[in-house]
Design a protein around this ligand. Structure first.
Ligand code: SAM
Length: 285
């Protein structure tokens, strides 16, 4: 392979050399299909001056593709063996761009400030069991990230990109919408991974946008969590605990221009922000 990407034989070789036995709890399913890598990199629409942050580089499948498509790559890997081997893999396979890579052995869920250059794009095959919290944490913690493409479980990709009124619209959909406009950007079959997971995957592309004005994120997310904790109830009932009583919830909802008989699944992120803002203007009780 002239572009240095890893196929099935190279992935198994590398894993054997490092003594890696894929860990289920860390969501270690490695991409071993160069065409899928090329498709992900192409769909990520990286500009030559983008700095990509990759979560969970694993054996380096996607990292190798990203390095030739942008200015720099910051790779965050929680597994110390994989983190320690990545620079060597990159030097072996794409030596001309190896100095574009920075590897940090860290947990993406608690990632704080990063060394320069600051990332502008998130591109990752996310570990499935923590994909949503990782995505939301990074959007909050890394305001320089303007766009991205992530791969996750197909069902989770559907949930993240659902709009109000959809059956799968819920907390992840509203919270992602706070930060970004997101869309499904393709399907990925389980066969392109080693080991093959028992679910198919999906791609989600996003572009950051300004959050709704008038309320802060913490206050808005508290309303979202309360509304969907009891998603079949009307907002008047679901938000009673949050507001203090059903009557207080009704007052806040009316002040926000939201029907107290509606359900959370009917509200977009701007409406949730209005409800949060209206609460601060109401007497408690
Ligand atoms: N990017 C590689 C690929 O496509 O072949 C590997 C993707 S694999 C689905 C997920 C990777 O995320 C694994 O390498 C795993 O060790 C790593 N990982 C799991 N939890 C993590 C966390 N909290 N922070 C950073 N990396 C994590």
């Amino acid at each position: 392979m002239t572009d240095g990407l890893l196929g099935p034989a190279q992935i198994r070789d590398l894993a054997a050399r490092l003594g890696v036995r894929p860990s289920k709890s860390l969501g270690q399913n490695f991409l071993h299909d160069a065409n899928t890598i090329r498709r992900i990199v192409r769909t990520a629409e990286l500009a030559a001056d983008d700095v990509a942050i990759e979560i969970g580089p694993g054996l380096g499948s996607l990292t190798l593709g990203l390095l030739t498509a942008c200015r720099a790559v910051v790779a965050i890997e929680v597994d110390p063996v994989l983190a320690g081997a990545l620079t060597g893999t990159v030097r072996d396979r794409v030596p001309a761009v190896a100095d574009r890579l920075t590897v940090l052995n860290a947990d993406a869920l608690t990632l704080g400030a990063l060394p320069d250059p600051q990332p502008t794009a998130l591109v990752a095959n996310l570990p499935y069991n923590v994909a949503v919290p990782v995505l939301l944490h990074l959007l909050a913690a890394l305001p320089t990230v303007r766009h991205g493409l992530v791969m996750l479980q197909a069902e989770v990709a559907d949930r993240l990109t659902a709009g109000p009124g959809s059956k799968v619209y819920g907390v992840p959909s509203v919270k992602l919408a706070w930060y970004a406009a997101a869309r499904r950007a393709g399907a990925v079959p389980r066969t392109v991974f080693w080991p093959a997971p028992n679910v198919d995957s999906g791609l989600v592309a996003f572009h950051r946008r300004d959050p709704p004005s008038g309320a802060d994120r913490v206050a808005t997310f508290a309303v979202v969590d309360a509304a969907f904790a009891q998603r079949r109830k009307t907002l008047r009932a679901a938000l009673a605990g949050w507001a203090g009583s059903p009557a207080a919830a009704e007052r806040v909802l009316r002040a926000a221009g939201v029907d107290p008989g509606a359900r959370g699944e009917g509200l977009d992120v701007a409406a949730f922000a209005r409800v949060a803002a209206a609460r601060t203007q109401q007497p408690a009780g």
